[in-house]
Ligand binder design. Structure first.
Ligand SMILES: Nc1ncnc2c1ncn2[C@@H]1O[C@H](COP(=O)(O)OP(=O)(O)O)[C@@H](O)[C@H]1O
Ligand SMILES: [Mg+2]
Length: 245
């Protein structure tokens, strides 16, 4: 069974302790979210899990067959057009160019890009379009594990819902596993099987929340209801320094 297993993970930048004793397992077909305030070490944790940063103490074991990423900023290559940006991962994995281009065009359409945009360069795209390209690039390789670091944070509500909808469809069909980093509780409740609450200074997990209902059955009412519940939780209030007067 493919899984991502984190054990007794600690991390420092210089003399600053960033993460302390992080433990969790993400199993195939699951969506695991790490939720916490800004500066709490979420991105650092994701980088350690994704192999973008060296593990110094503890262990990260990733047996997923393949993985890809999407971040808050689209991080497109400015000298490549839309289709060539999407095709990057496919070409890197040795796919024939004609096949890679065809697959990239198909997924671009699925992510709401228009044929007229295919030849455009990142500088000529809106923020929303760039994020569509970023998602298409991450998913065209059909990753077994997807790393998402606040990919919806800069998007307007309509596009956020649209992109989440595509993911929810894949999640419900168990086509993908996701490590999802966010500071947005409602977003986490909409997408996750399990939420880990990461408290800051240093980042450590204080609580886990599990959600059983299939993601495609979670309507706004469910999400608002569960959010209202979780906002009563003392650890949530403390972690986010919410003052509910
Ligand atoms: N490369 C780095 N070198 C030094 N400090 C860093 C580095 N990256 C992040 N930090 C610090 O680590 C802490 C956690 O950052 P980060 O993981 O980005 O948190 P989050 O994603 O939860 O906002 C912050 O205080 C940040 O300033
Ligand atoms: Mg971050």
């Amino acid at each position: 069974m493919e899984k991502l297993e984190v054990k007794n993970l600690n991390h420092h930048f210089g003399f600053t302790e960033i993460l302390r004793d992080i433990n969790f397992t993400l199993k195939k077909g699951e969506v695991l979210s790490v939720v916490g305030p800004s500066g709490g070490g979420k991105t650092t944790l994701m980088h350690l899990c994704a192999g973008l940063l060296d593990v110094e103490e503890g262990s990260v074991s990733n047996t997923f067959a393949s993985s890809s990423f999407a971040f808050q900023e689209a991080r497109l290559l400015p000298w490549k057009n839309v289709i060539d940006n999407i095709a990057l991962g496919l070409l890197a994995s040795g796919e024939k160019r004609s096949v890679a281009i065809e697959k990239s065009r198909e997924i671009a359409i699925q992510f709401g890009l228009d044929e007229n945009d295919f030849e455009k360069f990142p500088k000529d795209l809106s923020g929303g379009m760039k994020q569509r390209v970023s998602f298409a690039r991450a998913l065209v390789v059909k990753p077994s594990l997807l790393f998402l670091d606040e990919p919806f944070s800069a998007l307007d509500i309509g596009l956020k819902k649209e992109l989440q909808g595509i993911l929810i469809d894949m999640i419900s069909k168990k086509e993908i596993s996701i490590l999802f980093i966010t500071h947005d509780l409602m977003e986490a409740i909409r997408l996750s099987d399990e939420i880990l609450l990461l408290k800051a200074d240093p980042g450590h997990i204080v609580k886990k929340f599990s959600y059983e209902l299939s993601q495609n059955l979670r309507d706004d009412k469910y999400v608002y209801g569960e959010s209202a519940k979780i906002l009563q939780d003392a650890e949530i209030i403390d972690t986010f320094e919410l003052e509910l007067k």
